[in-house]
Design a binder for this molecule. Structure first.
Ligand code: AGP
Length: 648
């Protein structure tokens, strides 16, 4: 029944091979009606001594995960700036360029889009041109209608329904008045409300690419044959590992010979370059069918790297992150603030921080936080968690805490992004680039870092003896990676469980304590990549209403790893079994499970609490992955989602 329902939603099902990257996409294509709710786009640009167009295509094929319903390139040629763009994916553009090749160009910008204002179409695709300005945009201009009305009043006409074309027209109008690109960009963007990262070409300024960012991420990079811009560094790894993260509100001008950062006073300074540890391979699939599966398999190494760099002499030590024992001693209570899976990691971290370190810890949804802020007290530490480091809701919460003078700590994966740059202190999770939109190793390493922080605070404040601190960090560095590996070997069981889920429209995860926190992440993973509705429930709470939804065959997955609570959870299992539920139990090896309790039992290695938790995480990630794979979903780029939601 479910498969039929999905078939009826399909607008087109196709398998395409991107000749540039060789990537084969098998996907359902759902076109969202323009809802005004931005997801995300990817921008890229180059100016130098090499042909720019092949670079744009290669970089855009990596950026496709940021949006892929239309795509385009603008290239500076003898006659000015040529624009080639179309609805569809990069392979459509490549086909178009084969039929109508662009002349060689050494200066170009490119864009892959996720429709916001105006649906996917050739005319709404970027780049957009207005007079002498051609630009690509990642973000959203919230006041674009009023700006458009003003421009129409001065005779401007618009071809598309996009906010981006309005931005191009406004910059062009200022450029016509002022004649200076930097002044025009500054004057125009001062009128814009919203988030943006622009890559801009001016018809009469050959070889120059102008950029500005406010609220959307933007990276500059220096290659052997010129200078680049991109929404994220993974797109530029094939060309260079030298990058410079653009600061908020900054304008830059790239030429074949330089990358100059301009300040408000009209001064300029050369960009300062850093070397990223990422490699081109780290941004590719490495033979896996999906980035998500690759990234699940990268978890053992990612956890080991995020943990071991904070173990000195066998004890937890964050001095390399600039965090001293005295700082940990100053922490009297913690507010964790994040979104989605990052918030779920906070739920796990909060329990460990309270149980091990005795630090009162609350967890807050970032989009709620600054509107209903909790009370602060002496010794409050606000910890923001974000894989991308650019999530607008989390950034806004961070800025709120800072505005109140509260110490802030960011736990982030993407280095040099806005959130870690603005936080007082930062701890990177070192998971490496995470391409799949649904986070796995990002979440996994967030939990491992939170566990390490709990051990550091507990040991520093004398709450746990040295041998417990050593045992804890040793388990995180060795047992946890091994436990994840052990679970990855159980793929056949996860396939079997997935087959029992694909025909259902409603699935429930239940658990108590840490298992309830894990159920929250398990539920999100399943629904965001398989589109099956799923709810996570505190096992003891199900009977207070929601159990009315249980009917014969309803899948219920019960996570029961706490030895002290297994019996309680088992009674909840009997409650749903008696109503016909199909039960999968996830518990420690050695747990005595009555025969009639579950249709399927996933046994976890019976080791430390941390090892068991990460083993259960691997199980629920793989169940979600195998379910979505059987449904033929676009696992790395689920409909309606974005890797980093950079608007509120
Ligand atoms: C992850 O699977 C989800 N797609 C989403 O909930 C994500 O965790 C959330 O948007 C927060 O993103 P961040 O960690 O980059 O801030």
């Amino acid at each position: 029944m479910r498969a039929t329902a999905k078939q009826s939603l399909l607008q087109s099902v196709h398998t395409v091979r991107n000749p540039a990257s060789g990537t084969v996409f098998s996907e359902y294509t759902f076109f969202r009606k323009g809802t005004g709710e931005i997801i995300m786009c990817g921008i890229i640009g180059f100016t130098g001594t090499a042909n720019a167009v092949p670079k744009m295509l290669k970089g855009l094929s990596v950026l496709e995960y940021r949006g892929y319903d239309s795509v385009g390139i603008a290239a500076q040629t003898e006659g000015g700036v040529d624009v080639v763009k179309c609805k569809g994916r990069i392979h459509v553009l490549e086909e178009k360029l084969r039929e109508e090749p662009l002349p060689e160009s050494h200066c170009a910008i490119g864009h892959t889009r996720w429709a916001t204002h105006g649906g996917p179409s050739d005319v709404n695709a970027h780049p957009h041109r207005a007079g002498r300005v051609v630009l690509v945009h990642n973000g959203i201009i919230e006041n674009y209608q009023e700006l458009a009305e003003e421009l129409r009043g001065s005779g401007v006409t618009f071809l598309s329904q996009t906010d981006t074309e309005v931005a191009a027209a406004l910059i062009n109008a200022c450029y016509d008045r002022l004649g200076d690109p930097a002044a025009a960009i500054r004057q125009a963007t001062d009128r814009m409300r919203g988030a943006y990262a622009f890559g801009i070409l001016f018809d009469n300024r050959p070889g120059e690419v102008w950029v500005i960012r406010r609220g959307s991420p933007l990276i500059l990079a220096k290659g052997k044959d010129g200078f680049y811009l991109a929404s994220d560094m993974t797109a530029l790894l094939p060309f260079t590992n030298q990058y410079c993260a653009m600061e908020e509100g900054r304008i830059a001008c790239l030429t074949a010979a330089s990358a100059m950062l301009l300040d408000d006073a009209g001064g300029s300074a050369a960009a300062e370059w850093k070397t990223t540890a990422m490699t081109p391979e780290s941004a590719q699939k490495g033979g896996y069918p999906h980035f998500m599966l690759k990234e699940i398999h990268e978890q053992p190494g990612a956890v080991e790297k995020s943990v071991s760099s904070r173990i000195v002499g066998g004890l937890p030590d964050f001095s390399a992150d600039g965090i001293t024992p005295d700082f940990w001693k100053s922490v009297k209570n913690i507010q964790i603030v994040a979104c989605g899976s990052a918030m779920h990691a906070g739920l796990v971290g909060a329990r460990v921080l309270e149980e091990m370190a005795g630090v009162p810890t609350t967890v807050h949804i970032a989009s709620e936080y600054r509107y209903y802020p909790p009370l602060f007290s002496d010794g409050t530490l606000v910890v923001v968690i974000s894989q991308s480091g650019e999530t607008a809701d989390t950034l806004a919460a961070l800025r709120y805490a800072k505005s109140r003078g509260i110490p802030t700590l960011a736990i982030v994966n993407a280095v040099e992004t806005t959130i870690p740059r603005e936080a007082d202190r930062r701890i990177y999770t070192y998971a490496g680039p995470e391409i799949a939109v649904a986070t796995t190793k990002g979440y996994c390493t967030q939990v491992s870092v939170l566990w390490m922080i709990a051990a550091a605070i507990a040991y520093t404040c004398g709450r746990i003896p040295e041998e417990q601190a050593r045992a804890t960090v040793d388990a995180l560095a060795k047992e946890v990676p091994q436990a994840i590996e052990d679970m990855l070997a159980k793929r056949e069981q996860f396939v079997r469980i997935a087959k029992g889920l694909v025909d259902h429209e409603h699935v429930f995860y239940i658990g108590r304590g840490l298992d309830y926190a894990m159920s929250m992440e398990a539920s999100l993973k399943l629904k965001e990549i398989s589109y099956i509705h799923c709810e996570a429930y505190a096992a003891g709470e199900l009977k207070h209403g929601t159990i009315s939804l249980i009917e014969p065959g309803t899948p219920v997955l019960a996570i029961a790893t706490d030895p002290g609570l297994v019996d309680k959870t088992e009674s909840n299992i009997r409650e749903v079994r008696s109503r016909g539920a199909q039960v999968t139990m996830i518990c420690r090896e050695g747990t005595q499970v009555p025969e009639e309790s579950a249709d399927e039992i996933v046994f976890l290695p019976n080791r430390s609490e941390a090892a068991v938790l990460f083993a259960s995480l691997t199980a629920v990630q793989m169940i979600a992955y195998e379910t979505a794979a059987r449904l033929g979903c676009d696992i790395d780029r689920p409909r309606n989602l974005a890797k980093s939601v950079t608007v509120e």
